[in-house]
Design a protein around this ligand. Structure first.
Ligand code: SF4
Ligand code: SF4
Ligand code: SF4
Length: 183
């Protein structure tokens, strides 16, 4: 089988919970970056990173917003890390009805971390820059991926067939002719 190898940049934020002080500078930075206009306001309720804090047990876990979920899950596991017990929700990235994190307060829409995508790109996401204790670290790594040429050809043929089914071969050829003439 023919396969072409290509690289893909994977962007990650690594978290060392042992270094988190609960200062919440990351929440401030994220909400300011996503304010409209940019940096015009600070509201941690709009932040795409929230610190799940348990002051009594000295536990602070920064969590970046992931996918929206309509319902709570029923798995409530606990994790023992360096003598501390953390609940499953402390590490969960879901915008979930069990808590008020990652829901935009005005619109009620779920929020999701976008890695501070901007043009021109930032050197690193703003929550990482704001995190002075060094709990958050930005890492870019190259991932080798194999593109299966046969699978790609199959997918293209299926796509073309569906266009023919939808619009007919004559209309499709007509469009191709128009595009090739740049009209
Ligand atoms: S926050 Fe995550 S782990 Fe906790 S109930 Fe919601 S989906 Fe489940
Ligand atoms: S990477 Fe950007 S969008 Fe994501 S949590 Fe950090 S500051 Fe917010
Ligand atoms: S800025 Fe860093 S140390 Fe402060 S709460 Fe956020 S992750 Fe924790």
């Amino acid at each position: 089988m023919n396969a072409a190898v290509t690289t893909k940049t994977v962007k990650e934020i690594r978290i060392d919970v042992e270094k988190c002080t609960g200062c919440r500078a990351c929440e401030t930075a994220c909400s300011a970056f996503h304010a409209k206009p940019r940096y015009s306001s600070v509201n941690p309720a709009r932040s795409r990173i929230r610190v799940v804090a348990d002051e009594v047990n000295d536990e602070y876990v920064p969590v970046r917003a992931g996918n929206f979920t309509r319902t709570e899950c029923d798995g409530r596991h606990f994790y023992q890390i360096n003598g501390k017990q953390y609940s499953e929700c402390s590490f969960c990235r879901a915008a979930c009805p069990s808590r008020d994190h990652f829901i935009e307060p005005d619109s009620g829409l779920p929020l999701k971390c976008d890695m501070c995508e901007d043009e021109p790109p930032l050197a690193e996401p703003l929550c990482v820059t704001a995190c002075q204790p060094g709990c958050l670290t930005y890492v870019e790594r190259q991932l080798l991926t194999e593109l299966d040429e046969a699978a790609e050809r199959d997918a293209m043929e299926r796509g073309l067939q569906s266009l023919v089914d939808q619009h007919g071969i004559a209309a499709l050829l007509d469009n191709v002719k128009r595009l090739s003439k740049g009209r």
